[in-house]
Design a binder for this molecule. Structure first.
Ligand code: AMP
Ligand code: MG
Length: 411
């Protein structure tokens, strides 16, 4: 097992791990936000027929040749066909059919003239200019052609993709399954949220924060509750979940105290340790192990440390389990709004709120930022990165910021 490794080494170890994905069929609306596990080829043309892009008259363009303001030309209107209704009539010389946007172009016609450019009665229509044949026709296959690979395996399904799949009549779609992530909070001091709080105890918040983080990125969190700091109970809980979960995250018990037994519990359960302790703040005492091809993450119990290490190390794996390739958080250069004078030899992530104004990003961070403080994470959307050995930083300095969420636009 490697220990005291750098952030980059930890990321590399995790990125090299082959992540299991599984393709399943889900209903169209349940596929929103998922990654396609198949190429989608069109088995039809869209539009499936030549159609009208406007409300007007379908006719033969050549019949309008010679028409002008001074020499209007009148034709017979032989039918009215709204969108959705086809006609078996054929447009002959000097005839027109009144049609609506989306109507199929009747046989014989090759041009559509919009109402606004004509004068009409129920049975006749008059034109004041000539139209070249093929004017105003939405061609069959203009949007999607039969045989086109219209969506690609690996592509994320967003609203336009839902619309394309609907166009093609796909009520079920093959996507990568969302991973099931088991969460276990370890610590004798923990009480679950529906229990009365006794002296010396605190509520288990980590399981809930992590479940929310998992949900936000498309995973399915499953809570294993809280458990005592003993190797046996922790490893029992792990073994109870390892067969159905795609990953297990624990919090607490990974430091160097007498009751920090998660590492031993991972090994007792039969997992192989990959690394323990990463040179970063907060969250140094992270332990990562592998059970078969499943990863076990032991995060610090400190709420902000668990939150931040999840974003750094766990998030990319959960995204890969869903078939997502792009797992890096967006980084921007931002201007500090307050001083950050603390220096340390370790890389540090400082929570903050980044906002955007007039072409620039700015970051403001709260006064409390220790790893045990959860409350000041509220309202933040980003992490300001302080490389080990650098600083102090002062207001106006430019720093690198990881965006955990979209920045706000400051009015
Ligand atoms: P540990 O990582 O076990 O040393 O815990 C570090 C700190 O985090 C201690 O103050 C714990 O009481 C606290 N803590 C541990 N687990 C949780 C949890 N599930 N929810 C909230 N705080 C926790
Ligand atoms: Mg503990």
């Amino acid at each position: 097992m490697r220990s005291n490794i750098s952030l980059e080494e930890a990321r590399d170890i995790l990125m090299e791990k082959k992540v299991q994905t599984e393709a399943i069929h889900v209903s169209l609306m349940d596929s929103l936000g998922s990654i396609l596990a198949e190429d989608i080829h069109s088995d039809m043309n869209m539009p499936p027929f030549d159609k009208s892009p406007l409300d007007g008259y379908a006719l033969r363009g050549e019949d309008t040749q010679g028409a002008s303001k001074d020499r209007p030309l009148t034709m017979e209107v032989i039918e009215f066909r709204p969108a959705g209704y086809v006609t078996d009539k054929i447009v002959e010389k000097n005839q027109a059919i009144r049609i609506m946007t989306g109507s199929k172009i009747p046989e014989g016609a090759d041009t559509v003239v919009k109402f606004e450019d004509t004068e009409f009665t129920e049975h006749s229509v008059t034109f004041y200019q000539s139209y070249p044949p093929e004017s105003n026709i939405s061609r069959k296959g203009e949007d999607i052609e039969i045989g086109d690979r219209i969506l690609t395996k690996g592509q994320e399904i967003d609203a336009p993709e839902i619309g394309i799949l609907a166009t093609l009549g796909k009520s079920y779609v093959k996507v990568y399954r969302k991973p099931r992530i088991a969460i276990l909070s370890t610590g004798d001091e923990l009480t679950d949220i529906h229990e009365p709080l006794e002296d010396g105890k605190i509520r288990n918040s980590n399981s809930y924060t992590l479940a929310a983080q998992i949900k936000k990125i498309g995973g399915k969190p499953l809570m294993l509750g809280v458990c005592d700091d003993t190797i046996e109970t922790i490893s029992e809980k792990i073994l109870s979940a390892i067969h159905w979960a795609d990953m297990i995250i624990t919090t607490g018990g990974v430091s160097v105290g007498d009751c920090d037994l998660v590492k031993e519990a991972f090994q007792h359960a039969g997992a192989n340790m990959l690394f323990w302790r990463v040179r970063m703040k907060p969250g140094t005492p992270i332990a990562v192990a592998e059970y078969g091809n499943k990863l076990l993450f032991g995060l610090s119990g400190n709420p902000a440390a668990a939150y931040i290490t999840f974003e750094q190390f766990v998030r990319p794996v959960i995204l890969k389990q869903q078939g997502k390739e792009k797992t890096r958080l967006m980084e921007v250069e931002a201007i500090l709004e307050n001083d950050f004078r603390k220096t340390s030899s370790q890389n540090r992530f400082v929570r903050g709120k980044t906002y955007y104004r007039e072409g620039k990003y700015y970051i403001r961070f709260p006064g409390k930022h220790s790893s045990g403080v959860l409350s000041s994470l509220s309202g933040t959307n980003s992490l300001f990165y302080v490389p080990g050995g650098e600083g102090p930083f002062v207001k106006g300095d430019r720093v690198t910021v990881q965006l955990l969420d979209h920045p706000e636009v400051m009015q």
